[in-house]
Design a protein around this ligand. Structure first.
Ligand code: 5AD
Length: 430
């Protein structure tokens, strides 16, 4: 009988990409995906610790794993990702003795070695091996491809540099081979990933730039769409803007976190720009690409954020009318500069009040913005089913649901929008 594996993934797109790489390696070793965790011989928990909430989720899963392991001592349990980080293994090992293997973000070798590792397969994406686990082939139409690993920017609130290590770009040939492999396996849309993706290649000193990588990825046969995230205002260059504006297959969707609209807060976060500089960049992007979508991330209740400071963020959101915003309450992360030097002085209820106020504003502006889409025709890549409907996304990453009897999976279709809302739209095939 074949062995089975199950991967629980919490967190960002980078974690999902790491899980996909691991799944491909497991299947190269003859493992098959299990339908559910309790049916698997091997369970991998891929963790996130960006906020306390994510960490709590991981801790909760760990407790479940402990129970499973007690009832089935032969179960193999592996924990990977940002909870493990680069240096925390020893402490975790002591705390969670039922875990067989710990590995940091993007690492797979410790598990391969544990499983008996003389003939390790090549990592997927290295040119040999598969980019997708065979079980996913033929029904996965979108994939995330990490291009910049780690981060060295050191925003004061952020735990990522200490968990994913310093910034390094992957060689361009590795990335393009992986994209080619994914396209061969039926993937239509590729999203290039980095904490500051615009910094791709800056560590090579040979002029390599994200703009070139995007163009080359878009030129690969079978690739219909390319996306990239996350951008940083200080690294989003005119060359990049021009490339997005002039390359059809690169989606006009920019993920560019502002984090706050108050300059003192931005300085304490060590973001490296002012609210005015951010406004000007957004204006420039919109002037060059009128149909662009601009998405952002915001943290409310950062240390020292006054009511007036918060209102600066509120007004910035009101003014810029983002296409999406991920709004989070500030959460102290051990080991970060903010945890060491700044008092977490905004009460939790106040953080929540501010978050809810921004969510309401976002909802209202999205409803208004999307209402303007009613009756228009949009291009969709259909990713799969969502209940009885097909789920597609526009180049701007807006979700459109359609009812249709044909198999539309993986197809690019034209659809007319019939009904709109803050988060999803409904449409009909043209
Ligand atoms: N508290 C709250 N939100 C955070 N983020 C990162 N670190 C923290 C933190 N300590 C948010 C930022 C980032 C997104 C991925 O998570 O907005 O852009």
């Amino acid at each position: 009988m074949k062995h089975t594996y199950y991967i629980w993934t919490i967190g960002c797109q980078m974690n999902h990409a790491d899980s996909r790489h691991l799944a491909a390696q497991m299947e190269e070793r003859g493992y098959q995906p299990a339908e559910a965790a309790h049916l698997a011989d091997l369970i991998i928990l891929n963790t996130c610790v960006i906020r306390q909430q994510a960490e709590d989720k991981a801790l909760d899963q760990l407790r479940q794993l402990k129970g499973l392991k007690r009832s089935r001592p032969d179960l193999v349990v592996a924990v990977m990702g940002c909870m493990v980080g680069k240096k925390l293994e020893a402490a975790l090992r002591e705390h969670y003795p039922f875990v067989d293997v710990f590995m940091g973000p993007s690492e797979t070798e410790p598990l391969m070695e544990f499983l008996g590792g003389s003939d390790l397969p090549d990592a997927p994406g290295s040119g040999c091996g598969r980019a997708l686990p065979p079980s996913a082939q033929g029904r996965t139409f979108t994939a995330f491809v990490p291009v910049v690993l780690g981060c060295s920017h050191a925003c004061t609130y952020c735990v990522i540099p200490s968990r994913r290590g310093g910034e390094r770009s992957r060689p361009k040939s590795d990335i393009l081979n992986e994209v080619r492999e994914l396209a061969r396996e039926g993937v239509k849309e590729i999203t290039l990933l980095g904490q500051i993706v615009d910094r791709y290649g800056t560590d090579f000193d040979d002029g390599t730039h994200l703009a070139h990588l995007l163009k080359e990825a878009a030129a690969i046969e079978g690739v219909a769409r390319v996306r990239f995230l996350t951008s940083h205002p200080n690294w989003f260059t005119d060359e990049l803007l021009e490339t997005v504006a002039t390359t059809d297959k690169i989606c006009p969707c920019i993920e560019i976190p502002v984090q706050a609209g108050n300059d003192e807060v931005l300085a304490r976060m060590r973001r490296g720009y002012t609210a005015e500089q951010y406004r000007r960049l957004v204006a420039k992007i919109r002037a060059r690409i009128p149909h662009v979508a601009i998405n952002t991330d915001i943290i409310v209740g950062f240390p020292g954020e006054t009511e007036a400071g918060f209102m600066d963020t509120y007004r910035l959101m009101e003014e810029l009318q983002f296409d999406m915003a991920h709004i989070a309450r500030y959460s102290v992360r051990p080991g970060t500069p903010a945890a060491r030097n700044l008092e977490d002085d905004v009460p939790e209820e106040e953080k929540e009040r501010r978050r809810v106020a921004l969510e309401a504003l976002l909802n209202e502006s999205l409803e208004k913005k999307h209402a303007a889409l009613a009756g228009t025709t949009v291009e969709l890549l259909v990713e799969g089913k969502s209940g009885r409907r097909w789920l597609g996304r526009t180049p701007q990453n807006k979700v459109v649901l359609i009812e249709d009897a044909q198999d539309l999976g993986g197809r690019i279709v034209q659809a007319t929008i019939t009904r709109t809302g803050a988060f999803s739209q409904y449409g009909e095939i043209k």
